[in-house]
Design a binder for this molecule. Sequence first.
Ligand SMILES: Nc1ncnc2c1ncn2[C@@H]1O[C@H](COP(=O)(O)OP(=O)(O)OP(=O)(O)O)[C@@H](O)[C@H]1O
Length: 436
Amino acid sequence: MSPLAGTDFNSEVYHLRLLLCNRTDVTGFAEIKTVEGHIHPTLKSACAALNLVENEEEMSLLMDNLVLEQFPSTMRKTFAMLLANVNPINPRGLWDNYRRNLSKDYLHEIEDDDDLAYQLALRDIEEILREFGKTLSDYLLPELDDNVLGRRNFEPDQGDVILNPAEADNVIRGLNIDQRRFFGDVMGAVSHENGKKFFFLTGAGGTGKTFTYNALIDYLRSRGRKAVDAAYTGVAANLLKGTLTSHRAFGLPFEDEGLGLHVLDRFLRDVMRKEEPFGSKIIILGGDFHQILPVVPGGSRADIVDAEVTSSSLWPLFEKYTLTINQRALEDLEYAEWLLKVGDGTANENDSTRIHLKKDMVVDGIHKLINHCFGKDIDKEDAHDAAILCQTNDSASFEIRLCFKMVSASHSKDELADFLRTFPQIKEDTITALQG
Ligand SMILES: Nc1ncnc2c1ncn2[C@@H]1O[C@H](COP(=O)(O)OP(=O)(O)OP(=O)(O)O)[C@@H](O)[C@H]1O
C-alpha cells in the first residue's frame, strides 16, 4: 500500500484529477480552484461546488441501504460501479467505514485473517473497476498486496469470466434464427449501422431470452466492449432526490417498472451529460409478460397495470423482438406446452382461476417436499443449490423451523450452528435463537 494512501495529500490528488478531467476552461492552479468567482480553500470543495462529487451523507445513506439489501458479493459490484460512475467525495472513507460489510463473506470463510479477507474483497472490486478503465489507486483505496493474497489460494470470482473472441463466436453460431436476428440488430446499433438504440426482447419461458443476453454480453466483452447487466429486481430508487443523485439506477425499482425506466433514463442523461433518451446509450430490456407482474404493495389491479413497463412514456421508443422457438421444449416438450398454456390462461380448470398441475409435478406434504429438495436429513450434497419458494414470510419461517427440526434430529446443535454459519445471509442472532 502506498504510504500516502488516504492522506489529505492523496485526497487532493484525487480531486485535482477530477477537476482536470472536467474543466477545460482553466489554465492555472489558482483558477482551477475558482468556481463562480470564489476561490475554494481545497480542490475537494471546488469539486463539491461544481457537483462533480457526491455528497458524503447521501453516499453513507446509500451504503447503509446496500448493507441491508445486498449480499456482500453484489454489494462489492455496486460499490465498484458507484466509484466508477458517481465519484463519491471520499471513496477511501467509504471503504474504511464499510469494509467489513463489503468483505463479510470472506471474513466469515477465513476466520483468522481479516487482512486477507479485505484484500480478496478489494481484488473483486478492482476486477470490476478495470472494466471501466480504472484501478483501486484512482480512488485511493488500499492497493492489492500479493504477499497477503498469497497466504491462501482463493480463486478470483469466476462470475464474470471473459471469453476469448473465438469462444464467443462459437456461442453466437449456436443462436437460433430468432435470436440471431436480435443479435444482428443490436450489433448494428453498436456499430451505428442502424438508427436503433432501444430494444425489448420477449418470448415465452424457455425460448432463450437469458441465453441470448448472455451470448450478447459474452460477445461484446470478448471484443473489449463494456456491457452492464442489471436485474430489474434491484435496489429501490426511493432515496432518489433532485436530479443528480441517481446512483440507485443500477437496479431498477421493482415495485414500479415504469418509474424504473425513467430513473435509468435520468441517470444516464446525468452521467453521459447528454439530454437525449438514456444519454444515447444502447438499452436492452427483456422479459415475458406471461410471467410475474410488478409488485405494488397493497396496490389495486389498476396500480399494478400502471406500474408495468408498458405504461411508461419511454416504452414506445423500444423496438420489440419476440423469440418463438422454444429451446426448452427440445428438452421437455410436454412441460413447455403446459407452461405456455398457463401463460395463455388455457390451463385453468373450467372457468376458474385454478390451474391443474400434472401428477408428476406434485409432492404431497411439506415433509416430502423437504426430503425431495434437500434429502432425508437435509443431507444432500447439493442441498445448497436447492430452494423452496414460499408464498408468504409466515410460511417461509414455518418451513425453516421444520427443516431445522428435521436436521436437529440427526445432528448436534454445534454441528447445526456450524452448518447454518456457512450461509452468510443467516444472521448470528437467528442461529442462536434457533439453537435455544
Ligand atoms: N440457441 C440455443 N442453443 C442451445 N440451447 C439454448 C439456446 N437458446 C436457449 N437454450 C437453452 O434453452 C433453455 C431455456 O433458455 P433460457 O433459460 O435462456 O430461456 P428464457 O426465455 O430466459 O426462459 P425463462 O423466461 O423461463 O427464464 C436453457 O437451457 C438454454 O441453455
